[in-house]
Design a protein around this ligand. Structure first.
Ligand code: IVH
Length: 735
């Protein structure tokens, strides 16, 4: 192929992929199969590998790439990013309308009403049709340059059919289901959970490594324009949104056009009914004057435009009294402040405790013991204190001082505490802290881990308190008589564990010695290792020592590491690039052969691959975490002790090619629609790890159609052919 031919082919491929990205990520109406899409991406990657000069920053292959940044560059906004006046009162909305009528006497006014998306405001600049800079709002005048992070969002257009300069403004969000999933993963991995989708979105965009951002299910809705040059200047907001949409931006799914306060109220009410079904959290309705010329005449205050207002919907809230603040010590030593409340009924349950998140949140909201506080069910699950009622503050209530409250030491063990100024969390530094030991022991013995019945709650507390157990592995040294005599009550009101219970507990402990390897891997609380990862590791390794020095995990690291270095190589580096490409391909081959990776089937992955498009069962972050854990002194000690104690986890490994013993062996699956918590990639990985096969289309040979929301023609076909259709819940029960 001549360079000119290559260029032509490149242009064609890029245009085609862009068209499909738009159909899939913006319009949610894919027109080709994942397999065909993959083929296009693969062709583009091949072409760019052979003609590296064709790689442009806006090529679909460049969504995730580059090295982590050291810091974000500041970006001065071309037009300030203002905020909105907001209100919870309908009367205020009526007054707002009256105010604008007064400002623009005798004029006919048209209003646009749209959802107020609860996320993070961003501005994207396009120069000559190319995404040049994406920035956060910052203080309204200057934000952070987060271009690399925004590029990882697949619905963000990298290229526009618009030659002039254009700035689009919108809100980045994490979908509700993406938020639940992310938190579930973080919880399983022992990481801190996000309080709500907005914090999760903000936290994600603050990451300096775009590869981490790419894993977060972020999306964006655009609600306005910034600076425009050389091109159309829409006359109204509705036209602006239509124009943005026609350029490939995702815009609000519905806007209302209203001509009176009554119509505004009806729109606000209708939006309130609909918004629960939106994929993102909304906290209000934004009411904007539709006509841009009128907007200009209405003008701005220093902070916000006069021509718009946000009507906020009241969240499910309750008021109660903050009796005190206790501090919980987690498995990793994190100190979490917990509000002790006068019990109050809220959205279906009685609440007497709520999270206060961390020191900074308490300061920011100026929450004081004795205050009347407002409780909200954030993200529908974790009750949180969202603010105080200052008028009801009792006399003498003092500002809360975290360090003084805990007297500068761990409230459980009295050990030293510290707070890394970069993070919001205080930690107990004493690795022998009984609270940490208790949490670790509870986790180790929990049902999903080693399932050592009767070593939970109070028993774990007392074992640690009496110094019988410091580390979970100490369980294996417990003597029946000592355990039987364990006092679960107080010194003056003893209540012993008893011989029968002790015998039962010891039996369960003995059984745990040969519990399956996956359970052991989970029970050890290795950072980032949840149940699914533990299972994957166990299927591919015979013993825990094999995991600790796993060549597969090392290959995963090498593969991803090389991959991230490849895109920046240019043609003049091609010979130097070749050995790296070979090494990458070799690692990929080994992983494929071992069955630890599969050829990529997913569009989101396709952009990341180079010469071998593979998806590894375990990603590089987790692989590193596992290897680091076993290389640490704590990890090495655990391995040595397990050996000395004669702990031999049961082997679950399946030899390559001998997948017939697996629960889904010989079963063929087809995936369709959006699953509530899993991505397609995860579902496919699970099917394959259990011995099943995933294919692209439904046929007489298909055993199961795993269907999620908005399943289309595949579902119809499956019904016609009598193929069993299952949902995610049923799927998770298999195997
Ligand atoms: S318009 C000058 N429209 O709300 C007006 N903002 O409180 C600029 N927001 O910083 C904002 N949805 O992050 C507008 N449909 C929407 C919005 C929206 C969410 C956010 C935006 C802004 C904040 C203002």
């Amino acid at each position: 192929m001549t360079p000119a031919e290559a260029k032509k082919r490149h242009d064609r491929l890029v245009a085609e992929i862009r068209r499909h990205d738009l159909a899939y990520y913006v319009e949610a109406k894919p027109v080709i199969s994942d397999r065909d899409y993959d083929r296009l991406s693969h062709d583009l990657l091949d072409l760019e590998a052979n003609f590296p000069e064709l790689v442009t920053p806006d090529s679909p292959t460049q969504r995730v790439g580059g090295e982590p940044l050291k810091a974000f560059r500041p970006v001065r906004h071309l037009l300030p990013m203002l905020s909105l006046d907001n209100t919870y009162s309908r009367e205020e909305v009526v007054n707002f309308v009256k105010r604008i009528h007064k400002l623009l006497p005798g004029e006919t006014l048209e209003w646009a009403v749209e959802p107020k998306v609860d996320g993070v405001a961003v501005s994207l600049r396009y120069q000559e049709g190319r995404l040049a800079i994406g920035a956060t709002r910052g203080d309204g005048m200057t934000g952070d340059d987060i271009t690399a992070n925004l590029k990882t969002i697949r619905s963000v257009p990298m290229k526009l059919n618009h030659p002039g300069f254009l700035e689009a403004r919108g809100e980045v969000f994490l979908t509700k289901s993406g938020f639940e999933k992310l938190n579930a993963e973080r919880q399983a991995a022992g990481a801190e959970v996000f309080a709500n989708p907005r914090n999760a979105a903000a936290g994600s965009l603050k990451q300096l490594d775009p590869r981490i951002v790419a894993k977060r299910p972020l999306d964006v809705v655009f609600y306005g324009l910034g600076k425009l040059e050389n091109g159309p200047h829409p006359a109204t907001h509705a036209d602006a949104l239509d124009w943005l949409k026609s350029l490939g931006f995702k815009t609000p799914q519905k806007i209302w056009r209203c001509h009176s306060a009554d119509e505004l109220m009806a729109a606000i009410d209708e939006l309130d009914r609909l918004r629960r079904g939106f994929p993102y959290e909304t906290d209000g309705a934004v009411i904007k004057l539709n006509d841009f010329a009128q907007r200009e005449r209405a003008g701005f205050t220093a902070k916000a435009p006069r021509w718009a207002i946000a009507y906020k919907y009241a969240a499910e809230r309750a008021q109660t009294r903050l009796r005190g603040i206790t501090i919980q010590v987690g498995r990793t030593g994190a100190l979490t402040p917990v509000a002790e409340l006068d019990p109050v009924f809220l959205a279906g349950s009685t609440i007497s405790r709520a999270t206060l998140h961390n020191e900074d949140e308490i300061k920011r909201k100026d929450i004081r013991i004795g205050d009347a506080v407002l409780i909200e069910k954030a993200g529908e699950v974790i009750p949180a204190v969202v603010g105080v009622v200052p008028e009801k503050r009792p006399a003498g209530a003092a500002p809360f001082d975290f360090a003084a409250h805990i007297h500068g030491k761990c409230p459980v063990c009295g050990g030293p505490v510290s707070r890394d100024p970069k993070y919001v969390v205080w930690r107990c530094e004493n690795i022998q802290c009984p609270a940490q030991a208790t949490r670790r022991l509870e986790f180790f013995a929990a049902r999903g881990a080693l399932d050592i019945e009767s070593i939970g709650g109070i028993v774990a507390d007392k074992l640690v308190e009496r110094n019988l157990v410091r580390e979970p592995l100490d369980l294996f040294g417990l003597k029946a008589e000592v355990l039987a005599a364990l006092n679960l009550g107080a010194a003056d009101a003893p209540r012993v564990f008893g011989a029968k219970n002790a015998a039962k507990a010891l039996h369960a402990i003995e059984r745990a010695r040969t519990a399956p390897l996956s359970r052991w891997l989970f029970a050890l609380a290795i950072p980032d290792v949840g149940k699914a990862t533990a299972r994957d590791l166990a299927l591919f390794h015979q013993t825990i020592e094999d995991v600790s020095s796993s060549p597969l995990l090392k290959d995963v690291l090498d593969y991803h590491d090389n991959l991230s270095r490849l895109p920046s190589l240019r043609r003049d580096h091609l010979d130097r690039c070749q050995p790296l490409k070979d090494k990458t391909a070799e690692a990929a081959n080994r992983l494929l052969q071992a069955g630890f990776a599969a050829p990529s089937q997913n569009k989101a992955e396709a952009g990341k691959r180079r010469d071998r498009g593979i998806v590894t069962r375990i990603g590089p972050v987790v692989a590193k975490s596992v290897l680091d854990f076993f290389a640490s002194s704590a990890g090495r000690e655990i391995l040595a002790r397990m050996k000395a104690l004669g702990v031999h986890p049961a082997v679950e490994k399946v030899s390559a090619g001998r997948t017939d013993a697996l629960p889904l062996a010989g079963k063929s699956f087809v995936l369709t629609g959006t699953l509530p918590t899993m991505t397609r990639e995860q579902a496919s990985a699970r099917i394959e790890s259990l011995g099943g096969k995933v294919t692209g289309s439904v046929s007489g040979n298909t055993d199961f159609l795993l269907a999620g929301a908005e399943a289309g023609s595949k579902l119809e076909k499956a019904r016609q052919l009598g193929v069993k259709v299952i949902d995610e819940a049923e799927f998770l029960k298999m195997g």
